[in-house]
Design a protein around this ligand. Structure first.
Ligand SMILES: [Zn+2]
Length: 660
C-alpha cells in the first residue's frame, strides 16, 4: 500500500500496480479544505483512487508530536464519514527499547481503544473494516499479550505497529522477534500488516514471517533525499556512476542528467523508480511462493546487509513455528544457500522424523553417491568401515568377554537388522528406503563444504548413533572429511576396525521401500497395514519407477513421480483409516458437511471440528465424521492451524467420497 499524501500526491501509484493505498485520516481532519472535500465527496475522490483505501488514525503524528486533538471514537466516526474502506483506532505506537512501565501503560490504552472501536463499530453497524494494531514495544511478552487480547476482538486486520524505528536503525533481528511473536499469537484468518515496512530489501523476510500487507511512504521520502531503493540496499544519487536498475527512469536518464535537473522533477523520477522496484519485488516474492522457494529468496536478500543476515539467523530460532506452515512438497528443489539453510523447515522436519522413526538394532552410514542413492550406491567391503559400539559392555557380555576387552574376530554385526543411511548435507542422514522422497532427492548443496554444516551434521549424526547398538561408518566418509573422526573418537567409547572379509550388500526391496515411505508420510507403523497382503507393482516403462501399488490386485496407492509421496486410492484410504488412530491423518467434519463429503464434495474450513495437528497444505488426508466413520479422502489446501481458524473457503479438496 503506497502511502498517498492527501494534498501533495503527484505520482499515480496505480500504474505501478497498486491495488490498495493508505492515507492519513488525521492530516485530512486537521486541514479544513481537505476535510470538507473528504466529507462531501469521500476519501476516494479526494485522493483520486478508486480501489480500497486504508486510513491511519493519527497515531504516527501522536508518536512524533506527542498529543493529537481528536479522541478515539471521533477518529472512527470521521473515517466512517469519509468512506474509508479500512479504518484504524487511535493506538499508541510505543517506541522500541522504552521502560517496561511506559510500554505497559501505553499498551493498556491501545487495548482499551481497540476494544472500544470494535464495540462502537458493532453497535452502530458500521461496514468499514477495522485495524487493531499490535503494540508492546520490544517486550516480547507484551507483544504476545497484546496479540492474544486483540485476537479476542473481531478486528478485520492486524497491523504490527511501531516497528519503523527498528527498521530505520537496522535492528532487523529484533524486528524478527517482534513480528514472529506477534504473528504467532494472531489468528491465521485475519491479514497482518507490517506498518511502515517500506524498503523492498525486507519485503521477502516480512512475507516469510507471515505478513500480508505493507505500507510505505519510503518511495517518496527517499526520493526527496535523492536516494534510490533497491533490493540490494539504498543508493545516493551523488554516488551513482550508473543507474541502479532497468526501469523506465533508469533506462531514460543518466545520473548526471538527474543531478542537473530541477529538484522537484528529479524527486518525482526517483520516486517512480522507487515504486517500480517495490512492486517488482512483490512480483518476485509472489512467484517464489508459487514455486515454493521463498526461503531461498529470503536468504539471497539477506546477503544485502549484515543486519539482514542477523535477521535470517534469528529467524532460525523460530524454525518449528515456520515448519508448521511449510508444505511438505514443493515445485522447486531445496537449495542450500549457506549455513542459514540448516534451520529451514525442510531440514527441521526431516531430523524430527528421523528421531521419531522406528529403528532397527544397528546403523550403517554410507557415503554420498549420485542421486538417487539407492540406485547408485556401491557395494562395500566391511574393511571400508569403522565400527562404533554404543554398548561395549553389553556386547562383551554377549560375547563372553570381560568388560573393555574387544575381540575383533568375534564381533558380530547383524546387517539384517540394520538401517542403511547416506550421510548428507544438510539433511544429515537419508535412509536408503526413502531417498527419493521430497526433498531428500530434490535438493542441491555445494560440493565445497562449509564448517557450520559439517559441524551441524556431525552433531546430529553423533547423537543419532546413540539410538543404535552398533554403527558402521564408511571410511570413505572419513577420508573425504565429511565428518570429523577426531570428534567421534573422543566421544565414543571404543572403535573397532572390522577385518577385511565380507562384503556388505545393500538390501533394496520394493515392498520394504513403499512401507518405509508410508511410515515417513503418514506415521510409524502405517506402511505394514497399508501394504498388507499380496503386493504387486506397476512400474513406469520409461523410468522403472513404481507408479501404482496393488494389494491382492486392488489399487491401494499411486506414487507421485515428482516427489515420491503416495496419493491414496479408495482402498488405501480405508487402510490408512484402520491403521492410524483418530485424529491422525484426519479432518473431522460436522453433521452439516457429512452428506456432502460422502458425495465427494470439497470440505470447507468452517465445517471442520478437529484435525491432525501435523497436517500441512498439500497433504493426503482422510475425511471422517464425529463417529470416525470414513466419508471421503483428499488433499489439504491449508495447514492444521489455518483449517481450524479460517471461517471461509475450502480446507480440503476431496478426491473421492467413500459412498460414491
Ligand atoms: Zn530504476
Amino acid at each position: 500500500m503506497p502511502v498517498i499524501h492527501p494534498r501533495k500526491q503527484k505520482i499515480d501509484v496505480k500504474k505501478h500496480g497498486a491495488e490498495i493505498v493508505i492515507t492519513n485520516a488525521y492530516l485530512v481532519y486537521k486541514d479544513e479544505e481537505l476535510k470538507s472535500k473528504a466529507i462531501s465527496e469521500g476519501i476516494h475522490k479526494l485522493i483520486n483512487f478508486e480501489g480500497p483505501v486504508m486510513t491511519d488514525s493519527g497515531s504516527f503524528q501522536l508518536s512524533v508530536y506527542g498529543d493529537v486533538d481528536i479522541n478515539n471514537i471521533e477518529v472512527i466516526e470521521f473515517q466512517e464519514l469519509i468512506k474509508t474502506d479500512i479504518g484504524t483506532s487511535l493506538d499508541i505506537p510505543t517506541a522500541p527499547y522504552v521502560d517496561k512501565e511506559k510500554a505497559e501503560e501505553d499498551l493498556a490504552i491501545t487495548l482499551k481503544r481497540a476494544k472500544e472501536a470494535v464495540e462502537y463499530k458493532e453497535a452502530n453497524n458500521i461496514k468499514m473494516l477495522l485495524n487493531s494494531v499490535v503494540q508492546g514495544s520490544t517486550f516480547l511478552d507484551l507483544r504476545e499479550y497484546c496479540a492474544k487480547e486483540l485476537s479476542k476482538l473481531s478486528s478485520d486486520l492486524y497491523p504490527i505497529g511501531a516497528v519503523v524505528p527498528l527498521m530505520e536503525s537496522y535492528k532487523y533481528a529484533d524486528l524478527v522477534d517482534v513480528v514472529m511473536t506477534s504473528v504467532h499469537n494472531l489468528p491465521d484468518r485475519v491479514p497482518r500488516h507490517l506498518m511502515g515496512a517500506g524498503h523492498p530489501m525486507i519485503f521477502a523476510l516480512a512475507v516469510a514471517m507471515g505478513c500480508d500487507l505493507f505500507d510505505s511512504a519510503a518511495y517518496i521520502l527517499y526520493a526527496e533525499d535523492d536516494r534510490f531503493l533497491t533490493t540490494r540496499g539504498t543508493y545516493k544519487l551523488e554516488n551513482l556512476q550508473e543507474m541502479p536498475c532497468s526501469c523506465e527512469v533508469c533506462t531514460s536518464y543518466t545520473p548526471d542528467e538527474l543531478r542537473d535537473m530541477e529538484k522537484e522533477e528529479r524527486t518525482l523520477l526517483i520516486a517512480e523508480h522507487n515504486l517500480h522496484v517495490s512492486f517488482a519485488e512483490l512480483r518476485v516474492i509472489r512467484q517464489a511462493i508459487a514455486d515454493g522457494n521463498l526461503m531461498e529468496l529470503v536468504e539471497e536478500r539477506s546477503r544485502a546487509h549484515p543486519m539482514l543476515l542477523d535477521a535470517v539467523r534469528r529467524l532460525g530460532d523460530y524454525s518449528d513455528d515456520l515448519e508448521s506452515y511449510d508444505p511438505r512438497v514443493k515445485k522447486s528443489a531445496f537449495f542450500y544457500t549457506g549455513s542459514e539453510s540448516l534451520k529451514r523447515a525442510e531440514v527441521t522436519r526431516h531430523l524430527n522424523k528421523l528421531k521419531k522413526m522406528d529403528k532397527k538394532k544397528n546403523l550403517v552410514i554410507l557415503p554420498k553417491t549420485r542421486k538417487p542413492y539407492s540406485k547408485y550406491i556401491n557395494r562395500y567391503n566391511l574393511g571400508d568401515f569403522f565400527v562404533f559400539n554404543n554398548d561395549t559392555e553389553l556386547n562383551n557380555a554377549e560375547l563372553g568377554l570381560d568388560s573393555g576387552e574387544i575381540n575383533l574376530e568375534n564381533t558380530k554385526i547383524d546387517l539384517n537388522n540394520a538401517d542403511f543411511m547416506v550421510l548428507d548435507i544438510p539433511f544429515c542422514l537419508i535412509p536408503l528406503n526413502i531417498d527419493e522422497v521430497y526433498p531428500l532427492a530434490q535438493n542441491e548443496s555445494p560440493k565445497i563444504r562449509d564448517k557450520d554444516s559439517l559441524e551441524f551434521v556431525q552433531d546430529f549424526v553423533f547423537d543419532f548413533m546413540k539410538n543404535y547398538n552398533q554403527t558402521l561408518i564408511s571410511s570413505k566418509i572419513i577420508d573425504e572429511g565429511d565428518i570429523n573422526l577426531d570428534n567421534l573418537y573422543s566421544e565414543s567409547n571404543e572403535i573397532n576396525l572390522y577385518p577385511h572379509s565380507k562384503e556388505i550388500k545393500f538390501p533394496k526391496d520394493d515392498i520394504e521401500m513403499v512401507k518405509a515411505i508410508a511410515d515417513y508420510q503418514f506415521g510409524n507403523g502405517i506402511g505394514k497395514v497399508l501394504f498388507e497382503g499380496e503386493i504387486s507393482f506397476e512400474k513406469s516403462k520409461k523410468t522403472g519407477k513404481i507408479r501404482h501399488i496393488y494389494s491382492n490386485n486392488e489399487l491401494v496407492a499411486n506414487m507421485r513421480a515428482a516427489d515420491t509421496y503416495f496419493v491414496l486410492a479408495k482402498e488405501g484410504a480405508r487402510r490408512l483409516h484402520i491403521a492410524s488412530p483418530s485424529p491422525k491423518n484426519r479432518v473431522i467434519v460436522n453433521k452439516d458437511s457429512d452428506p456432502f463429503a460422502r458425495e465427494g464434495k470439497s470440505v470447507f474450513s468452517k465445517f471442520v471440528i478437529d484435525c491432525d495437528e501435523n497436517i500441512k497444505s498439500k497433504d493426503e488426508v482422510l475425511i471422517v465424521n464425529e463417529e470416525d466413520e470414513l466419508l471421503a479422502y483428499g488433499k489439504a489446501l491449508l495447514n492444521h492451524n489455518e483449517i481450524m481458524n479460517f471461517n471461509n473457503g475450502q480446507a480440503i479438496k476431496t478426491r473421492k467420497g467413500m459412498f460414491k
